[in-house]
Design a protein around this ligand. Structure first.
Ligand code: SAM
Ligand code: DTB
Ligand code: SF4
Length: 322
């Protein structure tokens, strides 16, 4: 029966992680097919509209100014540059366009006005337009909603307990406040995290527990596998076993059946078989285009080939919210 549940206990989530892999896979695939067309994958394209120079200390992030990475700080891209990128993304089959800025939070200035213009125009192109600009207040979220923003991405990244080991310049609760502002403004929520930062299984369960007890669930749940960027504190982190990564995808699908689960960063280090398993377990979206924000992503033609081999079709954009 198709019913969403918001009162998951941590013990229930832990129990899912303990299931034998094929039992978990069976449950996840059954639920996936009940809620989603099994042969559809949404293609999302990222644009890094404001690269680098970020004052935060997120230990995974190549755009944090304090780490010596090969990412230079750049000014905000022009509206026309971003629109060109969006047009090309659409021509290549993307139905969602996500604009990222390496900001701690949005400021009420001309740059924000420029971002609002980008949102308006990308929405008018019939794409689901998403933005990830750091923290926003209620008024800023409302202005984004009024401009036609479809989704706002703001990840909790990891469990509340492990969070302090990854970021010290803002709190877990501040993340939740921004998510609330986005929700209150009527924008859909895109919220997930990163796996492979040295967290335990219980942290992965706790992260999903936070997401799955939000009512409504985030409509979009990106699951990133850490991209170990040289110069960041996590550059030498041990690899997360691919089956631990895949289990997390499956549990996300079971807990939040109606949400889009996105196989996000980290695909260049994954075999085609691992990606196919992720789709089987309920992931139904990828980032498409040879770059994520600053790091490589598989080539578009490789992805097209993979979808073709698997008989998967790109999903169309959902109707805009305004
Ligand atoms: N500055 C904004 C913020 O932090 O919300 C928006 C951009 S930020 C780069 C968006 C998300 O990208 C982060 O929350 C994180 O989950 C993900 N991310 C950043 N660096 C990553 C990495 N090296 N590997 C995997 N995911 C990463
Ligand atoms: C998300 O969860 N993953 C995307 C998107 N939201 C903005 C970003 C991944 C970034 C990977 C590191 C980089 O390319 O800089
Ligand atoms: Fe800044 Fe976002 Fe990177 Fe953190 S994840 S350092 S807030 S750009």
């Amino acid at each position: 029966m198709k019913e969403l549940k918001y009162d998951w206990t941590k013990a229930e989530v832990d129990a899912l992680f303990e299931l034998p892999f094929f039992e978990l896979a069976h449950q996840a695939q059954t639920i996936h097919r009940l809620w989603h067309p099994a042969s559809e994958i949404q293609l999302c394209t990222l644009s890094n509209i404001k690269q680098g120079g970020c004052p935060e200390d997120c230990a995974y992030c190549p755009q944090a100014a304090r780490y010596h990475t090969d990412v230079e700080a750049e000014p905000l891209l022009s509206v026309s540059t971003v629109l060109d990128q969006a047009r090309i993304a659409k021509e290549h089959g993307a139905s969602r366009f996500c604009m990222g800025a390496a900001w701690r939070h949005v400021r009420d200035n001309e740059e924000f006005d420029q971002v609002l213009s980008m949102v308006r125009e990308v929405a008018d192109m019939g794409l689901e337009v998403c933005a990830t600009l750091g923290m926003v207040n209620n008024d800023q979220a409302q202005r984004l909603a009024d401009a036609g923003l479809y989704a706002y991405n703001h990840n909790i990244d990891t469990s509340p307990d492990f969070y302090d080991q990854i970021i010290s310049t803002r709190t877990f609760d501040e993340r939740i406040e921004t998510l609330q502002a986005v929700r209150d403004a009527g924008i859909t929520v895109c919220c997930g995290g990163i796996l492979g930062m040295g967290e335990e299984t219980t942290d992965r369960a706790a992260m999903l527990h936070v997401l799955a007890t939000m009512d409504p669930h985030p409509e979009s749940v990106p699951i990133n596998r850490l991209v170990k960027a040289p110069g960041t504190p996590l550059e030498d982190q041990d690899d997360l076993d691919i089956f631990d990564f895949l289990r997390t995808i499956a549990v996300a699908r079971i807990l939040m059946p109606g949400s889009m689960v996105r196989l996000a960063a980290g695909r260049t280090e994954m075999s085609r078989e691992a990606q196919a398993l992720a789709f089987l377990l309920g992931a139904n979206s990828i980032f498409y285009g040879e770059k994520l924000l600053t790091t490589p992503n598989p080539e578009a033609n490789e992805d097209r080939e993979l979808l073709e081999v698997l008989g998967l079709e790109p999903r169309l954009a959902q109707p805009p919210t305004r």
